[in-house]
Design a protein around this ligand. Structure first.
Ligand code: NAP
Length: 327
């Protein structure tokens, strides 16, 4: 096993929890929006992530119609519980017709936490998030419920995802946040305006999701790629028309930088995020062992100031992208 260098472990907010700069995002293994997902490959991907030195696993109550993601984490990593950091989320579920439901009432968050603990076969999670705001429940009420769960020892720390800065501040006033999870990547940098500096100033770890923009920023989808039916990515503007062409032009620039460094584009995308002040760990989704091995290897090297400048120039030439949101 490739153990992480202890110097590379980073503190989660102000807590004593230490995480690797690359985490495994455990959404793709549910197969809900990815195609060609098998249980065998998903279990092997979790194993490969641990073997590659990753100690941090990101899941949610809603990852899988029946919590398949949490169950697979328990199957593969249950015997190594003390060596890993598990983050899960509450506040989103699926109804009987497969529609997503936003419900972050305190009683729902408590019930989902209990169920997540059963699926994960553990008596605590390291980090428990509010997955998304529920328009019918004040953010302060959801925050109060998560604070209670932390005080009861069921969660070591609390986080939030998909909140505006105002909602984050409201949440933090009731329940101190250890982490915030936003979409953030080379082509999606809105949080740099206000949320990232605020989190950084308040020692709240930023844990970006979509670091590869759902695979685009791995640079392996060719310009003439056609999405297979069932591939959920086709609905996002970044994979369509002129945006797709501009993204491919930008990727050509990253491919040149990658060739010069002898590194794959996926690692450049992940390392750019690791280098951003305020970012603690990058949530890399994967459904095959070779994918997580490639992104985990980003932990072994860093971009230089010159590389970062070259990437910034390519971004300026690309112009402002149009993106979609996850919730
Ligand atoms: N809080 C939220 O609301 C929220 C929302 C979204 C995600 N998340 C979390 O963030 C994590 C990351 O997001 P994500 O998984 O949606 O997107 P992502 O990490 O940007 O992309 C993951 C996808 O990229 C492709 N990929 C991964 N490694 C690759 C490699 N080395 N080479 C080529 N392709 C590679 C795979 O897709 P293909 O094999 O299909 O090409 C994989 O499913 C999630 O897993 C989840 O834990 C949270």
């Amino acid at each position: 096993m490739n153990l992480p260098n202890l110097n590379d472990l980073r503190p989660l907010g102000k807590t004593e929890i230490r995480v690797t700069p690359v985490a495994m995002g455990c959404w793709p293994i549910t197969g809900m929006t990815s195609i060609d997902v098998s249980e065998e490959a998903s279990l092997a991907t979790l194993e490969a992530a641990f073997d590659a030195g990753i100690n941090f696993f990101d899941t949610a109550y809603a990852y899988g119609a029946m919590g398949e993601s949490e169950r697979m984490i328990a199957r593969v990593l249950g015997s190594r519980r003390r060596q890993i950091v598990i983050a899960t989320k509450g506040g989103i579920a699926w109804d009987a017709t497969g529609q997503r439901v936003l419900d972050a009432r305190p009683e729902t968050l408590r019930r989902q936490c209990e169920e997540s603990l059963r699926r994960l076969q553990t008596d605590y999670v390291d980090l428990l998030y509010l997955h998304a705001p529920d328009p019918k429940t004040p953010v302060a009420d959801s925050a109060g419920a998560l604070l209670e769960l932390q005080r009861s020892g069921k969660a070591r720390a609390v986080g939030a995802s998909n909140l505006t800065l105002r909602q984050l501040q409201e949440f933090h006033a009731v329940c101190p946040l250890a982490a915030f999870q936003p979409p953030y990547n080379l082509l999606q940098r809105q949080i740099e305006r206000d949320i990232l500096p605020w989190c950084h100033a308040n020692q709240i770890s930023v844990l970006p999701y979509w670091p590869l923009m759902k695979g685009l920023l791995a640079g392996k989808l060719p310009r003439d790629h056609r999405f297979a039916p069932g591939d959920g990515r086709a609905k996002y503007p970044m994979f369509q028309g002129e945006e797709w062409e501009k993204n491919q032009d930008f990727l050509d620039r990253l491919r040149v930088i990658g060739a010069r460094l002898g590194k794959p584009v996926a690692q450049i995308s992940v390392n750019w995020l690791i280098a951003q002040p305020g970012v603690t760990s990058v949530l890399c989704g994967a459904k095959r062992p070779e994918q997580i091995c490639e992104t985990a290897a980003a932990m072994q090297w860093r971009l230089t100031a010159g590389d970062l400048q070259a990437i910034e120039r390519a971004l300026q030439d690309r112009g402002e992208p149009i993106v979609g949101s996850a919730v």
